[in-house]
Ligand binder design. Structure first.
Ligand code: SAH
Length: 215
C-alpha cells in the first residue's frame, strides 16, 4: 500500500499533468487540489487509482468526477475566498472540499442520504468545517440560505433548473451541465444588471440530476 508521501507525489503529478497542463492557471485552485487527499473520498480498493484522469464509482450508481472536470467547473466560478456557494450533488464530498478551501462557506445538497453521511465523515476528518451538508432535492436549490454568489451542479440536467437561476446574487455565477442523458454541455450563467448571460464551456458527461426540475 502506498504511503502518505506517495499520495502527495501522485497528487502533484495529477495537478501538473492533468490540470495545469490543460490551461488552468488559478494558483489557489491548483494549491487546493495538491492539498486535498482525493483518495480519502473513495473506498480503499480504489485508492491506487484515485489520481487517474477519469471519474470513479462512489456507490449508489454515482461517480466522483474526473479531476480535470472538478478543476474546470471550479475555475469557472472564479472564487476569491469571500463567496457563499451552493453545490448540488455532494456525492463523495471531494468537490465540496475544494470549494470550501476557495470560498467562505459552502452549502451542499445531496439526494442520497448514505452518500451525504459518508461525505460528512471525510470532511470532518479533514477538519473542513465551513460546509453545511443537507439531504434533499437540489433542483429546487436551497431557498433558506439564498442568494448565493456561486452555484455548481455536479449532475446533468435536462434543462436549466430555474430555481437555481433565481437564487443567484447580482454578479453571481451558476455552472451546470445541461443536455441529454449521458452527454451535456457545461453552461455558465452570470446574473448581471438583472439579465442572465449564458456561455457554453464545452461538452461533458455527468450522471442524471434527478428531481422536480431535473430528470
Ligand atoms: N461532486 C460529486 C459528484 C457526484 S455525482 C463528486 O465529485 O463526488 C452527482 C451527485 O448528484 C450524485 O451523488 C447524485 O446522487 C446527486 N444528485 C442527483 N440528483 C440530485 C438532486 N436533485 N439533488 C441533490 N443531489 C442530486
Amino acid at each position: 500500500m502506498a504511503g502518505v508521501n506517495d499520495f502527495a507525489v501522485r497528487r502533484r503529478r495529477m495537478v501538473e499533468d492533468q490540470i495545469a497542463a490543460r490551461g488552468i492557471r488559478d494558483q489557489r485552485l491548483l494549491a487546493a487540489m495538491k492539498d486535498i487527499p482525493r483518495h480519502l473520498f473513495m473506498e480503499q480498493a480504489l485508492w491506487r487509482r484515485a489520481y487517474e484522469d477519469h471519474p470513479l464509482p462512489i456507490g449508489g450508481g454515482q461517480t466522483i468526477s474526473q479531476p480535470f472536470i472538478v478543476a474546470l467547473m471550479t475555475d469557472a466560478l472564479g472564487l476569491t475566498g469571500r463567496e457563499k456557494v451552493l453545490e448540488i450533488g455532494t456525492g463523495s464530498g471531494y468537490q465540496t472540499a475544494i470549494l470550501a478551501k476557495l470560498a467562505d462557506w459552502v452549502f451542499s445538497v445531496e439526494r442520497l442520504p448514505e452518500l451525504s453521511r459518508k461525505a460528512q465523515l471525510v470532511l470532518e476528518e479533514l477538519k473542513i468545517f465551513n460546509v453545511n451538508l443537507v439531504v434533499g432535492d437540489g433542483t429546487k436549490g436551497w431557498p433558506g440560505e439564498a442568494p448565493y454568489d456561486a452555484i455548481m451542479v455536479t449532475a446533468g440536467a435536462p434543462e436549466l433548473p430555474q430555481p437555481l437561476v433565481e437564487q443567484l446574487t447580482e454578479g453571481g455565477r451558476l455552472v451546470v451541465p445541461v443536455g441529454q442523458r449521458g452527454v451535456q454541455n457545461l453552461l455558465r450563467l452570470t446574473r448581471r444588471d438583472g439579465r442572465i448571460i449564458q456561455e457554453d464551456l464545452g461538452g461533458c458527461r455527468f450522471v442524471d440530476l434527478i428531481g422536480e426540475h431535473g430528470w
